[in-house]
Design a protein around this ligand. Sequence first.
Ligand SMILES: [Zn+2]
Length: 312
Amino acid sequence: MIRPIAFVSALIVAVAFASTGCQQTKNEVNDSDNKTIKILATTTIIEDLLKNIGGDGFEYSALMGPGVDPHIYKPTQGDLKKLKNSDVIFFNGLYLEGKMTDILVKMRRDKKVIAASDALDKSLFINDTEFDDGFDPHFWFDVSMWSEVAGYFATQLIELDPSQETVIKQNLATYQSQLVALNEDINSLITAIPESRRFVITSHDALNYFARKYSFQVRSLQGRSTAGELGLKDIREMVDFLTENQIKAIFPENITGSQSLQAVIDGCAKKGHTVAMGEELFSDALGGPDSEAPDYLSMLKINTERIINALQ
Ligand SMILES: [Zn+2]
């Protein structure tokens, strides 16, 4: 992976300068009178949660659009403007956003930058040495953890605009009950597959929290970041694993290509084991507004349905 270090450094300096220049400090966000507070989320998944909790009282945008891979995301000149113009930024907090993470942490000196991971006790995170802080950042796939993040975001939004406290609290209660219902739906859907056959094989390991919660085993070709190199050995090992465990399907993701998965399917066929390419799973980004996963609730539901359909 080519990392645009020079550009990123320039961006950090430029953002720091821009932030100082417009004197946008934490305290002054509240003083913006009747102007709607501008919230910038890094990913569509975070933006969706904020919209559900904040409702109509804030203005939202996401830096990375639908289907964009956050691990290898390279900030653009346009992003500088978006970061500068927002009143508050919400991001994952672990190393999901790759190089962007360091920019965001530095920006905390001048701007309100809120990490979703601050909502959660560290003991809940799955360890992963592939990431700089040692944690797997895909925690939104644990519905209960995402509910805790919802509560934390509500507290932060109320702090930003105390006049909206009542409606934010109502939104939170509604959304958290939808998350409880979603968890029940997933639990009842997965009973169709015995635990011994609950395997989810994808391009990159986004589903470890989902696997822990719903007793699946997950394997991936690339590890938990999409930035890793993929070799023939990885494909050969995956072919052996699928053949030995008689796994019937593997799944492409909306943020990465499926060529390497096709190589695995072809390799299994040569060994006399038929593997199907399952329907696309939504992993690190939502789908577009016309997709089957324009929001978090539908993303979790459609992923589960697609996994069950392929493994049945
Ligand atoms: Zn990922």
